[in-house]
Design a protein around this ligand. Structure first.
Ligand code: FAD
Length: 540
């Protein structure tokens, strides 16, 4: 196959224009093209008032590929296509009796389990929360009726934290082995829209993701794996620095010398347990702030100009950064076009925000976290678990400020900038359910964060006109931007630095940030675990 990059076509081009342009570019007849596939389609809207075009990367087969490639030797936009197929690294022998355990069934645990199952390793998955169907009901009970189920909510349950999300599937990670393609491919096989394979900023949306996750679970089971819900791991059994198995909250023990730890960033009790049993845990930086909401049409017009509302472009997104005078970086986080702000706590008496959307992204508001980076040395010294303590304190305070009923504290941007409490909404109607309590957000975060955000909002208004409009709504607090701890692992074996056989993985361990990177990390972990198991077997 030959890969062509930087092919620009007008936004409204007919489907047949693409093969025509490819054939013309390569100087061959259109009839010679075989298997033309789009590898990536993006658009560039950075230059204001200029024509927006689709930019394609395509792979195409030709009978005379070598001759064509030779002709384009000095053109770096025409190259042999890389092999992006996924090849399993191991196959479990039929006589293997020991089974790897995967703790957590978010994207990381899901992919670790799926890859292990596809290689014949029949994993046992232990997930503290409930299956997608029941979990969906539990989560809506908080949003509609102010009732939290601590073990089944936005953070915990089948699909992990990414289930009720925008389902954005892009990441900045380096991916030389194309594991990201494997993640996308498996999502499509399980029912995700085909376009996620090629659009530059793919997303699935919440409703579709639930079906996809359930289908992948069925495949794991069909391959001999086991997926157990409402099975919280309460303790890790470690002897002589080697994991021997796990103990569940109900007292049941499961033996295994190979344990994947993919518990996400909200498993605070599990982090504390790991620290207690001696697993090496260290504090790491994360970010705190608020969610901001604007009408989606404001963002569309600012980003896409005359193309706002174009059906092929969808709802526009943004990414903003401001370096505040007090040295803090303020940035937009997990921007959800056409989505809603959600109550994302997993603990009673706490309030934390996040954002989600459906595939259509057609809700009236755009939302994003506006957050400030914080780090252990300066902001939460006091040991490996001090970041968790800080998160808990901020979320408890937000719960009280919101009215002690899971409503969140909120303030209008204009009032926040002027440091005056809000009493009345403007045109922007906040989407957070169960609701927001208007007031003053300045006590809900440390003063350095408040100062930095106060300075950043007008600066963002210069980049996106109207971003600092007086009636845009801030909802607090956004504290679970990433894990407050790292469960450090060896670079090559991917096992814990002091506990053999334990594979810290995904977002909770500090090795991923988002659905795609968590899935990719799950694949890497499954491969290293499988190789180690076969190695140990050969030596026994
Ligand atoms: P998680 O998804 O957190 O999964 C961990 C799982 O482990 C959970 O199911 C939990 O119940 C389970 N668990 C924890 N402790 C135990 C235990 N002791 N025993 C058994 N099971 C346990 N990312 C994106 O890329 N795009 C988005 O659009 C996006 N939107 C988001 C919206 C929301 C509302 C939230 C909360 C997050 C969003 N994210 C998004 C972030 C993304 O969801 C996470 O980065 C990703 O899910 C991390 O995957 P993970 O598998 O490492 O951990």
């Amino acid at each position: 196959m030959i890969r062509l990059t930087e092919l620009a076509l007008p936004l409204d081009h007919p489907a047949e224009a693409l093969p025509q342009v490819v054939a013309k570019h390569l100087g061959v007849a259109q009839s010679e093209l075989q298997n033309l596939t789009v590898f990536k389609r993006s658009y560039d809207a950075r230059k204001k008032n200029s024509e927006i075009k689709f930019i394609y990367i395509v792979d195409v087969g030709l009978t005379n590929e070598a001759t064509v490639l030779a002709r384009f030797e000095s053109d770096h936009h025409v190259r042999p296509s890389p092999d992006t197929h996924y090849y399993p690294v191991a196959q479990a022998p039929a006589e293997l009796t020991e089974r790897p355990v995967v703790i957590g069934f978010g994207p990381c645990g899901l992919f670790a389990a799926l890859i292990l199952a596809q290689m014949g390793f029949k994993p046992i998955v232990l997930e503290r929360g409930r299956n997608v169907r029941t979990r969906t009901k539990d989560t809506w009970a908080l949003w509609r009726n102010n009732v939290l189920t601590p073990e089944s909510n936005v953070q915990f349950g089948e699909g992990g934290a990414g289930l009720f999300s925008d389902g954005k599937l892009y990441s900045q990670i380096k991916d030389p082995k194309f594991y990201g393609r494997k993640v996308m491919h498996e999502f499509v096989r399980a029912g995700a829209p085909e376009e996620i394979m090629y659009v530059s900023k793919p997303h699935i949306g919440t409703f579709r993701l639930t079906g996809v996750v359930a289908a992948m679970r069925e495949e794991i089971i069909a391959l001999g794996g086991e997926v157990r819900f409402e099975s919280k791991v309460a303790s890790l059994d470690v002897e002589q620095n080697r994991v021997q198995g796990v103990t569940l909250a109900n007292g049941e023990q499961i033996k295994s010398r190979y344990v994947v730890l993919a518990v996400g960033h909200s498993a605070r009790d599990t982090f504390r347990m790991l620290h207690d049993v001696g697993v090496y845990v260290e504090a790491k930086p994360f970010a705190i702030g608020f969610r901001i909401e604007h009408p989606q049409s404001l963002i569309d017009h600012a980003r896409l100009g005359k193309y706002a509302g174009h059906p092929d472009l969808g709802a526009a997104d943004y990414k903003l950064v401001h370096h505040a005078k007090n040295g803090r970086a303020v940035y937009s986080f997990c921007m959800c076009p056409g989505g809603t702000v959600v109550a994302a706590t997993s603990e009673e008496g706490r309030v934390v925000t996040n954002g989600m959307s459906q595939y259509s992204r057609n809700e009236r508001n755009a939302n994003a976290g506006i957050v400030v980076s914080i780090n252990p040395d300066e902001d939460f010294p006091g040991g490996p678990l001090a970041g968790i303590d800080l998160q808990e304190a901020l979320e408890s305070h937000a719960y009280v400020a919101g009215g002690k009923n899971y409503c969140a504290p909120g303030q209008l941007v204009g009032d926040f900038i002027k440091a005056k409490p809000s009493t009345k909404l403007g045109e922007v109607e906040p989407s957070y359910k169960p609701g927001i309590t208007l007031g003053d957000l300045s006590s809900t975060l440390p003063s350095y964060a408040i100062d930095a955000i106060r300075e950043a909002l007008p600066a963002f208004g210069k980049k996106i006109r109207g971003f600092d409009r007086a009636d845009a709504v801030l909802t607090g607090v956004e504290t679970r931007t990433s894990s407050p701890v790292r469960i450090s692992r060896h670079r090559d074996s991917l096992q814990s630095v002091n506990t053999q056989g334990l594979y810290p993985a995904g977002e909770g361990a500090g090795y991923a940030g988002g659905i795609l990177s968590a899935g990719v990390d799950g694949i890497k972990i499954a491969e290293e675990l499988a190789k180690a198991m076969l190695n140990d077997l050969a030596g026994e």
